[in-house]
Design a binder for this molecule. Structure first.
Ligand code: SF4
Length: 329
């Protein structure tokens, strides 16, 4: 087996330390960051960590195929819509392919036994290793002494006595170790990715219930704005500030169009789904329900959608603001 490994660098403390333990044993490390464009975005931290450790870092985007994992996870969901066990199997399978590509002998992660309830108990750790096709080649240096010896340990490539026996949710030992090694480039521990967040999970469930083949772009859109469903095939996303308005406008294409008023400050609305004339007025109503009356100019209001422009009479928008508000997803 090669004295080289691929180490998954997430930007967090655990993966930083796991990588450091490999470097201390003279093992060549290829850093790998797997990016979910709509999930946890710790890429800058992962890059800073790789730089501090002096290891190369490959960044690979996780594509639309990952969405099948979210739709029907073999091992189920955590507290929200997070399929942590299946997610890790998917990620580690990608990492295995990279490992083969660079000629590394094993994969290293910062997982700690008992740290996360769904994916870091003894049994799921084994399932993940097996289903990712990494039997004996998945080394978790921070908990290694509590786990079965892996092939690199058995073959003497990695000295097991220099690995750790950490377990549980406390990070005190890791923080102390990082300080001891002068390691500073890591993010604060987070609860998980967006899929563990209740609001995001609600929007994701709605997306999967209404879209046969959602894309990573659809998932990115769940991270911004207020979402209002008009019918099974149509949804509106309203920007909550000027930056979101700008970002939503960037998502306009053949299947999504943005509606905005150039004459008063208010939300941009990205309409996703079947473009029907009837929705235009409804979307104007939704926009107006999120604008204070004193911010509106006198007289008719102008709106634009792509190259089209049209006006809405004052009496119409007054009726709109009196109508009951549509429920947000
Ligand atoms: S928290 Fe999110 S990114 Fe992390 S394992 Fe679970 S589903 Fe995957």
């Amino acid at each position: 087996m090669q004295r080289a490994c691929v180490s998954l660098l997430s930007g967090g403390l655990d993966s930083l330390l796991a990588t450091k333990l490999m470097l201390e044993q003279g093992i060549r490390v290829h850093g790998l960051y797997l990016a979910l464009s709509w999930g946890c975005c710790e890429k800058p931290k992962a890059m800073a960590a790789a730089q501090q450790l002096g290891v190369p870092l490959m960044v690979l985007g996780v594509g639309d195929a990952y969405l099948d994992v979210i739709r029907s996870p073999k091992y189920g969901y955590g507290t929200q819509m997070n399929p942590c066990v299946d997610c890790r199997i998917y990620m580690f399978t990608l990492a295995k392919r990279y490992m083969e590509e660079v000629g590394a002998g094993f994969l290293v992660t910062g997982e700690v036994l008992g740290q996360r309830p769904m994916s870091q108990r003894r049994q799921p750790l084994g399932v993940i290793e097996q289903d990712a096709g990494l039997e004996g080649r998945l080394l978790r240096p921070l908990s290694a002494q509590l786990l079965e010896p892996t092939l690199p340990e058995q073959e003497g490539i990695v000295d097991r006595s220099k690995l750790l026996a950490l377990s549980g949710r406390s990070r005190q030992a890791q923080i102390a170790l990082a300080a001891e090694h002068g390691l500073t480039e890591y993010s604060q521990p987070a609860g998980g990715c967006q899929l563990t967040d209740e609001t995001f999970a609600r929007k994701a469930k709605d997306l999967f219930a209404h879209e046969a083949r959602p894309t990573t772009k659809d998932m990115e859109l769940l991270t911004m704005g207020r979402h209002v469903r008009l019918d099974d095939g149509t949804k509106v996303i309203l920007g909550r500030n000027a930056l979101e308005n700008l970002r939503l406008e960037g998502y306009a294409d053949d299947e999504r169009y943005t509606l905005i008023s150039p004459v008063f400050p208010g939300p941009a609305a990205l309409v996703i789904g079947t473009v029907q004339e009837q929705w235009r007025d409804q979307v104007v109503h939704i926009i107006l329900q999120h604008v204070k009356e004193e911010k509106l100019p006198e007289g008719a209001l102008e709106f634009r959608c792509g190259r089209q422009r049209w006006t809405v009479e004052r009496s119409a928008w007054q009726r709109a603001s009196a109508a009951p508000e549509l429920c947000q997803i």
